[in-house]
Design a protein around this ligand. Structure first.
Ligand code: CO
Length: 305
């Protein structure tokens, strides 16, 4: 089990580094997500969730739809969040990179400085959180460490986003790792795998649902009169029964019109769950940094370092 967590972590770490080099002015978001997903598959691992690439005021849950024309521009705050599974054991990691290029064309020097601090703050939050992790520590202590580290930059964490426990074939296994002291007295146990993911912003620190759905999870079997919808559901049950999948994978397989019609019907009937992209309430920039760790008696192993 631990070996599989470590192996998945190494895959994610290597691909994260390579993919980070693509984050620059003029890169198509879809090229970045398809690179990440195909590289994961090339290793023989499975994709734990669609590669998320969320820009600027978007914190998470965006992945490219088919034919996505979204471009990365110089100075964009790009969150790259990826996950791989080995025998069902998941590595989940995210990094924020300010896209290279002629940044001063798009932002003032004050804005550039602020953006760099936002990126540093989530990294500091993650580092502080990891330093607290060991068997027996209360979740509220981990959250407090994140909040304190981000506050030193006079910034806010995203209060309504959390990390999560991981189990075999289960990306969100029931325990939430807070990004502030939420008074959760639950204590971590030796051997537990958790993803810690602080977000930082100069905004209020709240995210709301934005329009559109690009990522889904299978929920339940339901009957459908339309044959093509039935076929799409069967496909999801066979290929993506446990962890989130991309709408793009469905439209690539079934065509855009048929695929999107089926996804809408499936979501309306609650056969699948649609995730909305998450946008900062004041439209302020958001950074994120995430690692997967395994709790030990006197500390933790960071699998995605
Ligand atoms: Co995560």
């Amino acid at each position: 089990m631990i070996e599989s967590y470590i192996k998945a972590g190494k895959i994610v770490s290597d691909i994260r580094s390579e993919a980070s080099k693509m984050i620059k002015d003029g890169t198509l978001v879809i090229d970045l997500v398809e690179y990440v997903e195909s590289e994961i598959l090339k290793t023989g691992a499975e994709i734990a969730f669609p590669c998320n690439v969320s820009l600027n005021e978007f914190a998470a849950h965006y992945t490219s739809p088919a034919n996505d024309e979204t471009l990365i521009h110089a100075g964009d705050m790009v969150k790259l969040d990826l996950g791989a599974m080995v025998d069902g054991y998941i590595a989940d990691s995210a990094v924020t990179i300010i896209a290279n290029g002629n940044i001063s064309e798009n932002f003032t020097q004050d804005e550039i400085n602020l953006h760099e601090e936002i990126v540093e703050a989530s990294a500091a939050g993650l580092e502080a959180a990891i330093a607290t992790v060991r068997a027996g520590v209360e979740l509220s202590k981990v959250g407090a460490a994140v909040h304190e580290a981000i506050s030193e930059y006079k910034l806010n964490p995203i209060f309504n986003l959390t990390g999560h426990s991981l189990e075999q074939y289960n990306l969100h296994a029931g325990i939430s790792i807070p990004n502030y002291d939420n008074h959760d007295g639950y204590t971590l146990e030796e051997g537990q795998a958790i993803a810690i993911e602080p977000f930082a912003t100069n905004g209020e620190g709240i995210v709301n649902d934005a329009p559109g759905h690009y990522i889904y999870s299978y929920m339940a079997n339901k009957p459908f009169r339309m044959k093509s919808t039935q076929k799409v559901l069967k496909y999801i049950q066979t290929n993506n029964p446990y962890v989130p999948f991309s709408g793009r994978w469905i439209t690539d397989k079934f065509g855009e019109r048929r695929g999107n019609t089926a996804l809408k019907q499936l979501a309306d009937a609650m056969a699948i769950y649609p995730y909305a992209p998450l946008r900062e309430k004041k439209d302020c920039f958001v950074s994120q940094k995430e690692h997967t760790v395994i709790v030990e008696k006197e500390g933790c192993i960071v699998t995605t370092i």
